[in-house]
Design a protein around this ligand. Structure first.
Ligand code: PGA
Length: 258
């Protein structure tokens, strides 16, 4: 059984005061579901990781922290960068790697993403690797070709165990647009990703959890979670409200249990 996982990617949003308010709302609204049956992760901007780790420690919330990016060296002359060791040091367990906004606006290539993935795993962080096709690639029916290359070149010689990392399938055209694939279309890609991992490590092998991302809301999450190979969600816009993030978890977990 793969534990459903919900990630709130705040991107470049919220001040520390707003983050505190968010956590207060979560404490009030925390979904009353068996705690072992799901997992939630917040990915705030770097600068908030340390104070939020402290706030979470002092709260009753059981929630993981993810960085939105990481450098591939542990230390050195890389002005403006943050290393995997620094993330571990402040109590961050997860890191999003290869988000399409980093690929598009910051020129991150599969080769660079491979280095980041390797560094994060070496440091004992749990990477959340994002893959997905653009609208043009989809129209040209190159979706799997693109994703297969992102996985193959991102991994290269790495073979993380199923619980050492997570995958997020995020069609670029669905991010922040209000558009989504149908749950069946998303499921088809998730299954291809899962089969790709099975082909690497054997038919019966466990595979990492695969989250869907791209305009997920508390309204559409249930339909995605009813699909066999969709193990959770990576939400941007809809995760900025603590209430809607809680609703999403509730709806998502219930749909999985049905
Ligand atoms: P969105 O973003 O939910 O706002 O579409 C998802 C993401 O970029 O991770």
């Amino acid at each position: 059984m793969r534990t459903p996982c919900f990630v709130a990617n705040w991107k470049m949003n919220k001040t520390l005061g707003e983050a505190q308010e968010y956590l207060r709302t979560l404490e009030k609204r925390w979904p009353h579901l068996p705690a072992s049956s799901w997992e939630a992760i917040l990915a705030p901007p770097f600068i908030m990781l340390a104070p939020m780790a402290e706030l979470l420690k002092a709260s009753t919330l059981r929630i993981g922290l993810a960085a939105q990016n990481v450098h591939f060296e542990d230390r050195g002359a890389y002005t403006g960068e943050i290393s995997p060791l620094m993330l571990r040091d402040v109590g961050c367990r997860y890191v999003i790697i290869g988000h399409s906004e980093r690929r598009t606006y910051f020129g991150e290539t599969n080769a660079l993403i491979h280095k980041k993935l390797a560094a994060a795993l070496r440091a004992g962080l749990i990477p959340i690797l994002c893959v997905g096709e653009t609208r043009e690639e989809r129209e040209e029916e190159k979706t799997w070709e693109v994703i297969e290359r992102q996985l193959r070149e991102g991994l290269d010689d790495l073979r993380p165990g199923p619980s050492d990392w997570l995958i997020a399938y995020e069609p670029v055209w669905a991010i922040g647009t209000g558009l989504t694939p149908t749950p069946a279309e998303a499921e088809a890609v998730h299954l291809q990703i899962r089969d790709f991992f099975r082909s690497l490590s054997g038919e019966e092998a466990d595979t990492p959890r695969i989250l869907y991302g791209g305009s997920v809301t508390d309204k559409n999450i249930a339909a995605f979670m009813q699909e066999e190979d969709i193990d959770g969600a990576l939400a941007g816009g809809a995760s900025l409200s603590a209430d809607s993030f809680c609703n999403m978890i509730e709806q998502g977990v219930k749909a999985k249990e049905r």
